[in-house]
Ligand binder design. Sequence first.
Ligand code: ADP
Ligand code: MG
Length: 570
Amino acid sequence: DETEVDAALTDGFQLVIDALKLNGIENLYCVPGIPISDLLRMAQGEGMRVISFRHEQNAGHAAAVAGFLTKKPGVCLTVSAPGFLNGLTALANATTNCFPMILISGSSEREIVDLQQGDYEEMDQLAIAKPLCKAAFRVLHAQDIGIAVARAIRAAVSGRPGGVYLDLPAKLFSQVMNAAEGAKSLVKVIDPAPDQLPAPSAVARALDVMKGAKRPLIILGKGAAYAQADEAVRELIEKSGIPFLQMSMAKGLLPDTHPQSAGAARSTVLKDSDVVLLVGARLNWLLSHGKGKSWGEPGSKKFIQIDIEPKEMDSNVEIVAPLVGDIGSCVSALTAGLGGDWTPPPSEWLETVNTKKEANIAKMAPKLMNNKSPMDFHGALGALRRIIKERPDAILVNEGANTLDLARGIIDMYQPRKRLDVGTWGVMGIGMGYAVAAAVETGKPVLAIEGDSAFGFSGMEVETVCRYNLPVCIVVFNNNGIYRGTDVNPTGGADPSPMVFVPDSRYDKMMEAFGGTGVHVTSPDELYRAVAEAMNSGKPTLINAAIDPAAGTESGNIGSLNPTSAVRKG
Ligand code: ADP
Ligand code: MG
């Protein structure tokens, strides 16, 4: 009879869901529409957590940071053409940051797209995605869904993690096949990110260089945070006694308050060290490419680098001891190789670092205690610093210019993978996507510290935060503009400067529109109280923190990246 026939069939919708679930994917980040709406309904019906956003870029950023937090690919689903393109920004950003993510996009019919006959949302999405991610696949037959999802997962998480694009034409979802054969076609990925052991000769070479160091330094990057080899990293640091620096998203891998942390003596250690061990950190612009003034005398430095990606070695300067492998294996091999005869770094070096560090911390301390109104960045961040100190397991999301640079330096982190920020591109717009995923993936309270400009890129997602009732507290540092709120139109015309916003905007009212809590504060004390209450209650909250419009500097710490012309000077 007919029901028996139906029961023996499966379809593309079902196989996509089955393949993801079989591989432990529990959450989907998406914006629904043709042709993926039913897929999302069904996924929710089958117990997956489906988080629906207002714009694909935010859903994509959420998936990317879910990947960073869990070491499993975060999955984002988008509609064809424009939805796909919106999600693609996040996929490219994930790839740049080495976060594992899969962007699944519905697409229009191949026959029409390839003949360019003008289909609904026509676009050759696979071709467009390819150069912007690690791997890109298209599935045309339902029986290939299982293998395609397996390839996507393995491509995203193995070796250097990154973004993968999976193109699913609309017709695929409705394809029907025998259910038993469908089940057999699914693949559970075994050992998706295999350990990669460093060669013993490479370990010996690195140990030789370490043992010859007089002023050694270890730099931990977000690759080290991602690797979840927290104990192995701690052991190497503590057994070696070497001072360490943590890159922005590595902060908290060891507490920033650790006695060996050289965070407050950054310029000194970069300039004066003689041997630098990089652990999951690239010598890109964020480390001045390993050369130039901030790195001291040319030729004064020997670099050892641990990275899973062989091509990363010698990317900017010579690496005298490349250590290719996964961070856990490489770091453990080094620790084992230190052996009983390891002598800690010379005490002059440790004293130099400590003296500098203590002086800088003492200089900063009074600035963080001010209760001025209107607030400056230091007063406001001093209050938020206390919040994190009292709640070390909360997740901090941070974007902006001054808001980012100053928060990174001022707010100490105590636990691994608690700081999520603008990453390798220094991109604006990650805020609400990262905040939502952080809450969904970890269940921990989230504090998002946002410049008013940065917040604007994803601000509509406050509705998403309210809809899912997530424990997210957003603090908008509102200084009326980009960098500052004081720019004027040089012609004296009616249009405002391109650098400013409506003065004294009340972003807190946006939150109230969706049933969340909105608070307007003007002093660090008020800010502290409002954030503490929000973090304790777990209620979606937006705090509009009025910052002096004149506070802030052009482009924060990276003003030197603005092009300047001799014609425009003086
Ligand atoms: P940061 O910006 O914090 O300096 P980067 O993103 O520049 O960090 O560097 C992270 C590096 O970590 C990348 O080169 C990446 O290949 C590497 N990486 C990521 N995961 C691992 C891992 N499990 N083992 C080894 N290296 C890794
Ligand atoms: Mg601003």
